[in-house]
Design a protein around this ligand. Structure first.
Ligand SMILES: Cc1ncc(COP(=O)(O)O)c(C=O)c1O
Length: 383
């Protein structure tokens, strides 16, 4: 017995060539993981996380409860201090994942009568958090600051009358496009309009900044931003996330963020791995290799005359628009058949017509792999 309505939804997904399925790990050349610096498989991070635990006699598998009850083990304040220092923030509050952090932040912080203005391509976790909020939310066209300014003006009278606040939400690197907003202009706009700026840095941490601090710090905007989300499941190669902001914000979230309160904390091993990854990130030359590959990939796009189908990006994410689920799946399968793991991003994850191949670049991709995969792609895209 399975509810008919649900079966119909699955059938509908199949009919649109959009059924999601779980794939097993492959041995293909990695152009799809978020492990930009190879940290997920970095043995010295693994060993130092393990050695720290044994050296401090922390032989505990799980957190044992919510952080507000029994789960706030000693590594939490240690790692939160490291994060706050590294990211030049007054405080850091660790959540179990970036998804949890965004849902917990947006459902708790903007209040009824407040206004949330968010980029239309914001990650699902931001949109889910906003859906749980009592504030009014409006999206603006992707990276379009003119439209954002118009939206602010439209609401400014209401804001001044009702003492409500405006929250403006963006990502420093967009997960499905790889591009970035003009954060300098955006923060000036927020300052001018007394709006609170929130930046999701999930795909910028480890990639941008001399030490991988992210784009906000790279641009020296940390004091202009109300809250930053950093996640550890991407370039840091492990798991978890943190909200960076003031001590008051931290105190507020501890008290009101339900995805923080009503869940078991992370295991000490996870925290120890985050700690090790943060010490590796400052000394690594993996970032230099990653950027060499980004430059190499961008040159490859030009050499293969693919610039019209790729979204302009300076990050580790490069997307080639191939309209239609069937088309993008076909080309992805062909590339996979030749040994390259390039994933198709289908609608409804992205808007219909904007389906794409998403290339994630890594420090460990070779120039040969980049040359070959782009040459191969060119044969499909031009034919
Ligand atoms: C922009 C962005 N924010 C948040 C998340 C969620 O992070 P996590 O994977 O830690 O839940 C992701 C991951 O997909 C993301 O791309």
């Amino acid at each position: 017995m399975f509810p008919k309505k649900l079966q119909k939804k699955i059938d509908n997904r199949k009919a649109h060539n959009a059924l999601r399925t779980l794939k097993n790990e492959s041995n293909l050349v990695d152009f799809s993981s978020n492990d930009y610096l190879g940290f997920a498989k970095n043995e010295s991070i693994f060993d130092s996380a393990h050695n720290y635990l044994t050296g401090h006699n922390i032989k505990q598998n799980g957190a044992t409860g919510s952080r507000l009850l029994s789960g706030n083990h000693n590594l939490y304040p240690v790692v939160e201090n490291i994060l706050a220092n590294f990211h030049d923030s007054e405080s850091a509050l660790i959540f179990n994942s970036g998804y949890n952090a965004n849902v917990g932040f947006f459902s708790a912080v903007p209040q009824k009568d407040d206004i949330i203005l968010y980029d239309e391509l914001s990650h699902a976790s931001i949109r889910d958090g906003i859906a749980l909020s009592h504030a009014k939310a409006y999206k603006f066209k992707h990276n379009n600051l003119e439209e954002l300014e118009q939206l602010i003006r439209r609401h400014s009278e209401l804001v001044s009358k009702s003492h409500s606040h405006i929250y403006i939400v963006t990502e420093s690197v967009f997960s499905m496009d790889g591009d970035s907003p003009n954060l300098v202009k955006l923060s000036e706009l927020c300052k001018k309009q007394n709006a609170y700026l929130v930046v999701d840095e999930a795909h910028a941490i480890g990639v941008f900044g001399n030490k991988g601090e992210g784009l906000v710090q790279h641009l020296k905007l940390e004091t202009e931003v109300f809250a930053r989300l950093v996640t550890f499941g991407k370039a840091l190669g492990c798991h978890g996330a943190a909200i960076l902001g003031s001590e008051q914000l931290k105190q507020y979230l501890i008290n009101f963020s339900r995805s923080f309160i009503y869940t078991t904390g992370l295991a000490p091993h996870t925290l120890s791995t985050i700690q090790s990854a943060y010490s590796e990130i400052t000394v690594t030359d993996q970032r230099r290799k990653l950027f060499q590959n980004i430059v190499y990939f961008k040159n490859g796009i030009l050499n293969n005359k693919l610039q019209d189908v790729f979204i302009e990006s300076h990050s580790a994410i490069h997307c080639c628009i191939i309209s239609g689920n069937e088309n993008v799946k076909y080309i992805s399968k062909k590339l996979q058949g030749k040994g390259y793991d390039v994933k198709p991003i289908l609608s409804p994850t992205v808007p219909e017509g904007q389906e794409r191949l998403r290339f994630c670049l890594h420090s460990y991709n070779s120039e040969k792999e980049i040359v070959e995969v782009l040459a191969l792609l060119a044969t499909f895209v031009s034919s």
